[in-house]
Design a protein around this ligand. Structure first.
Ligand code: HEC
Length: 146
């Protein structure tokens, strides 16, 4: 009996190690990292829009570039079966085209704003409205509340 328990414990340990190895190249970790960066970029823009931080063209550019880059790569982080242990709704895999379109829409909104480049606090506030509308539209359908 004791030997058997040890075998089970060893097997469990091996599974644990395998899971840790997978996490290195884990699409869930990658996409959550991307969303965190998008969130942080919106936070940086929000601080300028609210006047908590002075307008800074470089910071605005960096935030918009990060949002654009992340959202273009975001839909590639949803391979079949990767809904486990994440807040990604199963609806994503049923509507992959729409999900991709919504990701790319936020990316292209960021590109459009970047091309025009908000020149002051009011411009950043306006840009926040355009960008921010994308978050809820997608989260409502494709992000599980946890
Ligand atoms: C095309 C869909 C889509 C758009 C657009 C989108 N999100 Fe998300 N977001 C998701 C999904 C799906 C998750 C859950 C990912 C997971 O857990 O695998 C998520 C998760 C998050 C998270 C939690 C990340 C974590 O720590 O796990 C934050 C923060 C976030 N989004 C912020 C934003 C902000 C801010 C915007 C708008 C600027 C935005 N998102 C736009 C789909 C989207």
């Amino acid at each position: 009996m004791k030997i058997r328990m040890t075998a089970i414990a060893t097997a469990a340990l091996c599974l644990g190690l395998a899971a840790a190895a997978v996490a290195q190249d884990n699409p869930v970790a990658k996409r959550e990292q991307m969303m965190k960066q998008v969130g942080a970029s919106m936070g940086a823009l929000g601080a300028i829009a609210k006047g908590e931080k002075p307008y800074d063209a470089e910071a605005v550019k960096a935030a918009l570039t990060a949002i654009s880059t992340d959202m273009k790569a975001f839909p590639d982080q949803f391979p079949e079966g990767s809904e486990v242990n994440s807040a990604a709704a199963p609806a994503i895999w049923d509507n992959m085209d729409d999900f991709k379109a919504k990701s790319l829409k936020l990316g292209s909104d960021a590109d459009t704003i970047l091309a025009a480049m908000p020149a002051d606090q009011a411009g950043v506030a306006e840009a926040m409205k355009t960008l921010g509308a994308n978050c809820g539209t997608c989260h409502q359908t494709y992000r599980l509340k946890r």
